[in-house]
Design a protein around this ligand. Sequence first.
Ligand SMILES: C[S@@+](CC[C@H](N)C(=O)[O-])C[C@H]1O[C@@H](n2cnc3c(N)ncnc32)[C@H](O)[C@@H]1O
Length: 202
Amino acid sequence: VDHEDTADGWDQRYGSSQRWWSGHVNAALAAEVGHLPPATALDVGCGEGADAIWLAERGWRVTAVDISEVALDRASRAASEAGVDVEWLRADVTAGDAEIGTYDLVSVQYPALPRTPDGSIIRAITAAVAPGGTLLVVGHDFDADHHPEHGFDPAERMQPADLREALDSEWTLEVDETRPRVNPPGHRGPDVPDVVLRARRR
Ligand SMILES: C[S@@+](CC[C@H](N)C(=O)[O-])C[C@H]1O[C@@H](n2cnc3c(N)ncnc32)[C@H](O)[C@@H]1O
């Protein structure tokens, strides 16, 4: 079943299964932030919270935002079970009025955000990175051989390349590559390579 990219659509998607994602940290996140000293972090579109919990377990002070209440309830329960504190925030990051603050790390893993013509989402994401902070965006490298599972059009969604294009001289591009995805245990779905973008704000 295809669901819409709305809060209700995501709640229905999550609600159709006891658990949607693997519950394990995304390998690209673990690989890209291991060298950073723990500080403040924002997880954009945190889903069921595995990345946020992983960061919190490593000493990061994490704020995790998602549009889906169902996902956030699960995330919050998983954090309690793991014995860590994460600030869970229900917000639509496309709304433009979300007060999300600034962070030393902003992680956007496999976003499902619309590509807004006015660039407002890009601005909201980059504005959340504090001076000296790191932006990490990981997406799927959909191409002729790798199609999205749920029938959406990747061209309608924000991709790491859209963020790369928006980075000006204030930013140092540290990682910009496509590489095989390291799947978590229990991964379902096709093997689509990762597009990994990591940039540091001066
Ligand atoms: C493909 S999932 C990725 C989840 C998680 N980052 C991961 O890697 O497992 C995209 C997530 O973005 C959330 N989302 C979609 N649109 C959003 C919006 N406008 N504002 C905030 N979160 C949104 C969805 O609820 C979903 O949890």
